[in-house]
Design a protein around this ligand. Structure first.
Ligand code: SIN
Length: 278
């Protein structure tokens, strides 16, 4: 498989690029991986259709981009521990995976951890006939389109991120800059979400909530959001350092099975250079 076989097709939406011409059961050349990485960093979400992947294939592909690790929520008895099942399906009266069939509000993965998720991948094994679409918001454009007064106001603020299930949180709640700098692109990102950002530090509860709501409403405008309608065989990877995503609900009589791999990054860093007096 050579880089010449590979085509990149922009979604035409707020972010995302489709890659055609690759079969991920095969090893990729260093040159191909280089081009995939560049496209991924440029577009935040990258996907390939019609793949036929084993769990080993998915983990091998993930390793081109980082170090996939077992998810923080353990799923015992997984033959390949780096694969985490997301599903509403139950077998022998027990769920085979996590996250059920309900809506999951916009979030960047694992932002409730001191070192949140960096790259996540989902491989679609079974999808419902309707619903269960996933949508991503572009947090670069969300930041860049803020007015200058707001950029100055939020430049040094930090927010506490918490999972709604208390037992999932670390003993010390994670605090991240509201404006983060992407460690690879150097671009600024608005890093707050309705699902996992609890409050802004150092502001009164009401003032902080009003600001947080305003930032989230801004970041989730349709013009910054792209929606993926899943098909069986889709492999999609996203950059949690510059995007957040939301999963639609779906009818629980329908089956949805996804296999996920997860990479972690460093602690998100803020930017103290541009607004030194803010
Ligand atoms: C997630 O929120 O990480 C799951 C996305 C999905 O199920 O599509």
């Amino acid at each position: 498989m050579t880089t010449q076989d590979m085509q990149l097709i922009l979604t035409g939406g707020a972010l995302g690029v489709e890659v055609r011409g690759l079969d991920l059961r095969n090893a990729l050349s260093a040159e191909t991986v280089h081009h995939l990485r560049a496209a991924f960093l440029d577009h935040g979400v990258l996907f390939l259709r019609d793949q036929q992947l084993s769990e080993v294939d998915q983990v091998r592909f993930s390793r081109y981009f980082g170090d996939p690790v077992p998810h923080v929520r353990e799923q015992p008895d997984r033959p390949i521990p780096e694969i985490f099942i997301i599903s509403n399906v139950e077998e022998k009266g027990r769920p085979i995976g996590a996250l059920g069939n309900e809506e999951i509000k916009f979030h960047s993965d694992l932002s409730y951890m001191p070192r949140p998720g960096s790259i996540s991948m989902l491989y679609a094994v079974e999808v419902p006939e309707a619903g269960g679409d996933t949508m991503w918001a572009n947090l670069y454009t969300a930041y860049e389109t803020l007015d200058e007064q707001t950029k100055t106001r939020i430049a040094r603020l930090r927010a506490i991120h918490k999972h709604p299930r208390p037992q999932q949180n670390p003993p010390v709640p994670a605090s991240h800059p509201v404006v983060c700098v992407h460690p690879e692109t150097g671009r600024k990102v608005l890093y707050v979400s309705p699902h996992l950002t609890s409050h802004i530090e150092g502001l009164g509860a009401e003032e902080g909530q009003v600001l947080l709501n305003r930032l989230i409403t801004h970041a989730t405008q349709p013009r910054f959001v792209w929606t993926h309608r899943w098909r069986v065989g889709d492999l999609l990877m996203w950059d949690n350092r510059c995007t957040m995503h939301r999963r639609e609900s779906f009818d629980n009589t329908q089956r949805r099975i996804m296999k996920r791999t997860q990479m972690f990054g460093d602690e998100p860093k803020g930017d103290l250079v541009t607004h030194p007096t803010a």
